[in-house]
Structure formats: C-alpha cells, structure tokens
Design a binder for this molecule. Sequence first.
Ligand code: LLP
Length: 384
Amino acid sequence: MKYFPIDKFRSIETPFYFYDIALLRKTLDAAVTEAAKYNYHIHYAVKANANPRILSIISGQGVGADCVSGGEIQAALNAGFPCGKIVFAGVGKADWEINVGLDHDIFCFNVESIPELEVINYWAGSKGKTAGIALRINPDVDAHTHSHITTGTKEDKFGIHLDQLDEVLKLLKSLPFLKLLGLHFHIGSQITDKEPFLLLCKRANEIQTRLSEQQIKIEHINFGGGLGIDYEHPDDHPIPDFKEYFELFHTHFPVFPHQEVHFEPGRSIVGQCGSLISKTLYVKEGSEKTFVILDAGFTELIRPALYDAYHFIENLSSEQPLETYEVVGPICESSDCFAKQIELNRTSRGDLLAIRSSGAYGEIMASQYNCRQLPKAYFSDLLE
Ligand code: LLP
C-alpha cells in the first residue's frame, strides 16, 4: 500500500512533506462510511493539517470543519467548507475571532468559560444575531495519553467544569443572543485505549440525564477527536479502526430522538498519509553512537522534541544491512533528535529518509527557528 516515488523525490529539494493522496482519500472514505452507519457527523479538526490542498480534499467529502482560531475559520472557508458546517472551539477566543465566526454565521461556538459566554452574547447582540453555542464540558476523564495532549481532566485549562454547570445554565437564561445547541467534549489526543472513550460516554450520559431532568434538551452532542494512530507500524495499520471507534459510541451512548452526534477527528484522518522526507547530510561517528544528521530538524517536525513522540523512520535509498543510529537534525539544540538508537539500513550521505506518520501536527507545527524556510508539500497524485 505504501507509495514513495523515490526517483521523483531525487529531483526535489529536501526536506519536504509528501502526502499519499490515495491513502488520504481511503481514510476519509472509511471514516465517513463508518460514521454514516449511525448518522454521526464529522467535523475535521483543521489544526491537525491545514495545508490548503489537504483541506480542500477533505471538504470535498462533505464533512464539516472544527476550527480553533479566526485563521482556521478563514482557511476552512477558503477550502470550501460551508459556514453552516464550521464549529469554533478554543479556550481563548479573541474578540476579532468571535466576530469572524459571527460574520460568517458559523454553526456553533464551543464555549469554554463563563466570561466567554458573556462576550459572545455581547457581540452577537451588537450585530442583531443569535449565536449557536455548545458548552464544552470538562468531564474529568483521563485520556491516558501524553500529559501535553490530555485535555479533559480537572487539572486542565479546557472546558467548563462540571461543578459550574448549574451556574452556567442559570446565566444562559439572561443571555438572549445565545442559543444553546448542545454539549461538547474533547478529552485528549492519540488515545489508543478504549477505556477513556467508554468513560466519556458514561459521563456524557450522566450529564444529559441531569439536564433532561431540568427540561433542557440537548440536540447536539460533540465527542471531539482523539482517536490514535499506529506510529509503530504505519504499514500494518495505515487506516485507523473507525468501525470499532464509532461502534463503541453507538453501543455506549444511546441518543435521544432527533439528537445529532458529532466527532472532530484530526490525527486519525491525516496522520498516516504524510511523511517528512529528508536527506542525510552526514553520518558522524560519536564516541558511543553513530549519528545520522538530517537536513530536517524540529523546525519541520516538532513532535519528537515536544512530546517524546515516536515516528517510524526508514531509509528509502538503502537496502544494506541494518545498523543502529541516533537520527538527529541540524538545529542548535540537543532536543533536535528524531530517534534514539534505532535500526536503519546502513546509511550514507545523500540517502533519503522518510519520517513516517507525519501528516498530523507535522507541517502545520513547523517553525522558522534558526531562520529556516518552512517546508514545502508534494502530493502523490501530482507527482505521477
Ligand atoms: N477537537 C478539539 C477540541 C481538539 O482540541 C483537538 C486536538 C481535536 C478535536 C483533534 O484531536 P485528534 O483527533 O487530532 O486527536 N500537537 C499534538 C496534538 C494536539 C491536539 C490538540 N487538540 C500532537 O502532535 O500530538
């Protein structure tokens, strides 16, 4: 299934992102098909990858967009996502960003605090509009993932805490320019274990039972994103198990009549279709290790440095016997290391390496530290 047109790669300046568009389409198709079985709605989490071409392929599948900034709303609109399928989350929405959302009549603001409710109400009123809102609830569910990407515990800054819910509902009655559409949750990212999702279903059930006792009808429930991908074995599991994922929610979260269920997958849609392709600049013998020094660094892919994330790396230019290497970048910081003590086919200067599963939170998190250029992107279907 894996597709790397290595001959074409040789004429492209490295480092660059390479996207396997056939895999992206298959992944999207799997997600949409499995979600449709239960009439679930998908809003792609733009933060995972906002490359304009990737976004327009995704919008072409008819899914919505989950945005966390005014810039993401603009990127989603440019890529053809309809206003009515855009949701806007984020713990710190600036006034101008709220206005971008209101001016485009987006579907829903996922609101994270009491002061934010008041500010959205103010701006909506000033425009004579009613803003659709969902309350992002912090369900206090531990996602058992890296602490930097856990969002749904009491310790985290995200969401409205459960013990504030009554106060929020009371306040809402005095905010005439807001319409409560539903509830929103997001407990974290790269979740590979079922248990946090089961707990989330249980919490969501409890909360909506509590609300229905107060005659509050929740028309939309949004479970956020979080489904993990297989970073260790991208070729064995190029497409995440959407079937199992949506089935779990179907089994454990009984919907009320006319209720719509939404999801915001990011990584699971775009993660496996992208690779960072980099050239070996030097192979350097240290006193105890051999370093493969690449022309890509954490400026192109920050996940290993920031989260200790593992990405499978392969040498596309060599079939020599395996040797053990430390794969590092050229940035002047010791954290600029992609992998410690991994096996690669014997590597020499000029060899092209693929850092796999980099389609999510790769290109979009690139920086220009050390005055470097942002990486370009190439697409399998345009290289053929
Ligand atoms: N919805 C909300 C409200 C989110 O905050 C996120 C991700 C998503 C959906 C999408 O989650 P996904 O399906 O991609 O797990 N940069 C980190 C990941 C940060 C995720 C932030 N929120 C990384 O590289 O692992």
